[in-house]
Ligand binder design. Structure first.
Ligand SMILES: *Cc1c(COP(=O)(O)O)cnc(C)c1O
Length: 232
């Protein structure tokens, strides 16, 4: 079995390779190491190997884990955020990847005002239109964009997507392209800057990098298999 340090090295090399292939520089891409279900010791190993940016998908788990770890670790939230967890989540995370409805954005805006905070967020898009999945459909997002942009407390920095599960990494490419094109369209239509594209997981992150990802969310390739189901 290879160590976390070796895994990280391998993932970073694959990011660099994909970036070079697409004529991008690696400074444009940040690796978010997804630590859900893994204990603090494993995260500490990753920190020792030079990784500083991590992601969690459950507020409860993050509230237990984050205080055990050095304060130079930075945390992103990548899961479905329940409204009743917003207040606890706000101080823990520097970016929320997964604002998946107008109602959630409005509630976060209200609580952030209450707490005197200005959270940085991405909007999660269900590009494939899967019924079982959280996120804005591209159409709904265009319809609700004005209302989202009017939320004074939220800094909307970009888009995030989770493509449908597939056997082949290549199957994700078209969804990554769609997310990038949607970003371009929103930028033009609403005169906003949406620099961040969060896309790519263990299965398909090199493809995401080729298609313009600025944040890749990789868990299994770094920390090994989880015992809980992959996508929750
Ligand atoms: C768990 C998770 C990941 C990481 O998945 P891997 O396949 O283990 O790399 C990425 N993004 C989200 C939203 C997740 O919940």
């Amino acid at each position: 079995m290879s160590s976390i340090a070796e895994n990280l090295e391998r993932v970073r090399k694959r990011i660099a390779h994909a970036a070079a292939k697409a004529g991008r520089t690696i400074d444009e891409i940040e690796l978010v190491a997804i630590t859900k279900t893994h204990p603090a010791e494993k995260v500490r190993e990753a920190i020792e190997a030079g990784q500083t940016l991590f992601g969690e998908s459950r507020v409860q788990e993050a509230r237990a884990k984050i205080p055990e770890l050095p304060s130079n670790a930075r945390w992103h939230f990548v899961g479905h955020l329940q409204k009743n967890k917003i207040r606890h989540a706000l101080p823990l995370f520097e970016l929320f990847h997964s604002i998946d409805s107008l109602a959630l954005a409005q509630e976060m805006n209200r609580i952030a005002a209450d707490e005197g905070m200005h959270p940085r967020v991405l909007l999660e898009v269900n590009v494939a239109g899967e019924g079982s999945k959280f996120g804005f459909s591209p159409d709904k997002l265009r319809k609700q964009m004005e209302e989202l942009l009017a939320l004074q407390r939220l800094s909307i920095l970009g888009l995030m997507t989770i493509p449908p599960l597939a056997d082949e990494a290549e199957a994700s490419r078209k969804y990554f392209v769609q997310l990038r094109e949607l970003r371009e369209r929103l930028q033009t239509e609403f005169h906003v800057d949406l620099p961040q594209l969060s896309m790519g997981m263990t299965q398909d992150f090199p493809i995401a990098v080729e298609e313009g990802a600025t944040l890749v969310r990789v868990g299994t390739a770094i920390f090994g298999e989880r015992t809980r189901p992959k996508r929750e």
